[in-house]
Design a protein around this ligand. Structure first.
Ligand SMILES: [Fe+2]
Length: 287
């Protein structure tokens, strides 16, 4: 089956959110939504999420799923806001519990922060499948960028999150806590084992030398042939060496501190204080 895929590009964080629709019905899933956040003022905004809601309402879609490819470190998820407005079950990979454990410690969260993934409606494992109307989704566990990264293969389309990027940009970084370039290499082999004509939709795009337009759609065949990090049969050892040395030069994403605290809670803010005010923490010299 060939789902209808609509992409929403967020310029502030270079994130692509997707609405994936059953071609024979009104059911859809929303993948990797964005809650706008201005760090300087500490203010959230729902413009990006409202664009998705407008699309859902305009086409009378029924949202079955709100999926996260992983706990994002560069943008906040709008999953709870979307769920409240248009419904759908919020799903993520089962290893979210490892991520919650790691960052529960980094942010010195108290016992009220559950580390069992219970903030989400569904925890997916490798081999799970789910339905979007008549359209079937299959789940691949593709860790490396983070331990909980999942690829959702929906009909002929694979939503790979932060594993592979466009062929001319390469692959995702592996230097966050719990990341591993060896593991990412193996996960990418799993994605590249899908049929060559499988459409691949990437979670971020930053353009690339010689390309002035943002892009997010490619295929398994194109990745195998042309990916600058992993194409043309690149072996694990040279990939790991390239990835690790490149990661050592990368700055932390601008929104990593608010993003992790919110996204490990399935997009919810921390509990308000007695006055009803909400605060995010900045751990000093921890990341
Ligand atoms: Fe990411």
């Amino acid at each position: 089956m060939t789902p209808d895929v609509t992409a929403f590009f967020d310029k502030a964080t270079n994130t692509i959110s997707f609405v994936v629709k059953d071609p024979e019905g009104a059911s859809c899933a929303i993948i990797d939504s964005v809650l706008d956040f201005d760090y300087s003022s500490g203010r959230t905004d729902t413009k990006s999420a409202d664009d998705i809601i407008a699309h859902v309402q305009k086409h009378d879609l029924k949202v079955e799923w709100i999926l996260e490819s992983h706990v994002h470190a560069d943008h906040l998820s709008a999953a709870p806001y979307l769920q409240e407005k248009v419904g759908g079950k919020i799903g993520i990979g089962k290893n979210i519990t490892l991520v919650q454990d790691t960052f529960g410690k980094v942010f010195n969260e108290g016992t009220e922060f559950q580390r069992d993934g219970s903030q989400f409606d569904k925890l997916f494992e490798e081999g799970d499948s789910f339905m979007i109307g008549q359209l079937r989704g299959d789940v691949l566990h593709t860790p490396g960028h983070t331990p909980a990264c999942m690829t959702y293969v929906i009909g002929d389309a694979a939503f790979v999150g932060d594993t592979l990027f466009m062929p001319d940009f390469g692959t995702a970084r592996c230097d966050f806590p719990g990341g591993s370039s060896e593991t990412l290499y193996q996960s990418i082999q799993k994605i590249l084992a899908l049929p060559d004509e499988t459409r691949i939709f990437v979670g971020h795009d930053y353009k690339a030398p010689g390309r002035d337009e943002y892009a997010w759609e490619t295929t398994v065949g194109e990745q195998k042939a042309n990916n600058v990090h992993i194409g043309d049969g690149a072996d694990q050892e040279s990939f790991v060496q390239m990835r690790d040395s490149r990661d050592a030069t990368l700055a932390m994403p601008k929104l990593i501190i608010p993003s992790l605290q919110v996204n490990m809670r399935a997009g919810q803010m921390p509990e308000p204080d007695e006055e009803g005010d909400v605060f995010l923490k900045v751990p000093v010299n921890k990341l």
